[in-house]
Design a protein around this ligand. Structure first.
Ligand code: AHR
Length: 322
């Protein structure tokens, strides 16, 4: 059985490369290609596409045999994919879990098979933290807080909020809501008056916003908090079709920082996007190669991200990579 050492502390993005630099590349047998199984959530958003591209490009650059599987937003597909990776005897399994719970049994199977597991982007809830060696991704609670603070700034602390929630049961939906609501606790005139899942997709974001705008209290909405940019972009379409000026009649705060959000900000239709970095490929494969080489890896690696307002959109847009 392979033995994995784990550092118990968290580490920032910049600290990771310093920690792993120079220690990993030489340790995996030169004649053997590293085989990695990766189970992706799906292709639900622009963020996800950029994340997939980053992972595939980095694997190709490093000459890694990447077995990539798309779960189409279904947990059962992800469990099946992980089981096939175990049966194939891959060196390392990495995945971005659709939801937080339900992975414990299959992770126990991976552990029994001696295959290290690295979590990418999203966390899982397990009773035994040794079931994965490392988790690389954003601090979603912090993103929710940043969105909450932006909402306070935009509305002077007085808002009737419509909320487009991400995929039910997913770490980003749970944590972004938690972080956002923490900010509302100290702002008693900010209230969520409508909240529904738009499953992180543009089509569902539009559909749910259309329903919000038909509610008897629709006229009270002065701020939309969307858990991702794709849902916000769908909601913008719904508002325009209903004769409402997005970004003006209803202020909009969303999360991700994809190009489409910067374009909408430049056009005055979206007010703030809180960045969530999808370009995880290089850090992910640093961790994977270290785990395969039985090096110590940090248990938690947090990506570094910013917050962007309309006034920054035109200058920032040409620099965006996703
Ligand atoms: O887990 C990250 C989230 O998943 C992104 O915010 C969203 O766009 C994606 O679908």
């Amino acid at each position: 059985m392979k033995k994995i050492n784990v550092l118990s502390h968290s580490i920032s993005l910049l600290g990771l490369s310093a920690l792993l630099a120079g220690t990993v590349t030489a340790t995996f047998a030169a004649d053997k290609k590293l085989v990695v199984g990766f189970s992706q959530v799906g292709a639900e958003s622009g963020w996800r596409t950029a994340n997939t591209d980053s992972i595939k490009a980095e694997a190709a650059k490093r000459g890694i045999d990447l077995r990539f599987s798309d779960a189409q937003q279904k947990e059962e597909n992800q469990i099946k994919a992980i089981r096939s990776f175990i049966a194939e005897g891959v060196d390392v399994i990495a995945f971005s879990p659709v939801v937080e719970t339900g992975f414990e049994p299959v992770l126990q199977e991976a552990k029994k098979a001696g295959i290290p597991v690295v979590l990418s982007d999203r966390a899982v809830k397990v009773s035994d933290p040794s079931l994965y060696v490392s988790f690389l991704g954003s601090d979603f609670i912090e993103e929710g807080k940043r969105a909450g603070n932006a909402a306070v700034k935009l509305t002077g602390g007085k808002a009737n909020i419509a909320e487009l929630v991400g995929t039910v049961g997913s770490a980003p939906a749970i944590d972004r809501k938690k972080g956002f609501e923490e900010v509302l606790k100290s702002n008693p005139d900010m209230k969520i008056i409508m909240s529904q899942s738009g499953d992180f997709t543009r089509a569902k974001g539009k559909e749910v916003m259309e329903a919000f705008l038909k509610a008897p209290n629709a006229k009270d909405i002065n701020l939309l908090f969307a858990h991702n940019d794709d849902m916000a972009l769908g909601a913008i379409q719904a508002m325009e079709e209903a004769g409402i000026k997005p970004g003006v009649d209803i202020k909009i705060v969303s999360i991700d920082g994809v190009k489409g959000a910067f374009e909408a900000m430049k056009d005055g239709k979206l007010n703030v996007t809180v960045e969530c970095n999808p370009l995880l490929g290089p850090q992910l494969f640093d961790l994977i190669e270290a785990a395969a080489a039985k090096k110590e890896v940090p248990k938690r690696v947090v990506t570094q991200e910013g917050v962007y307002e309309q006034s920054q959109a035109a200058a920032e847009l040409p620099k965006r990579q996703y």
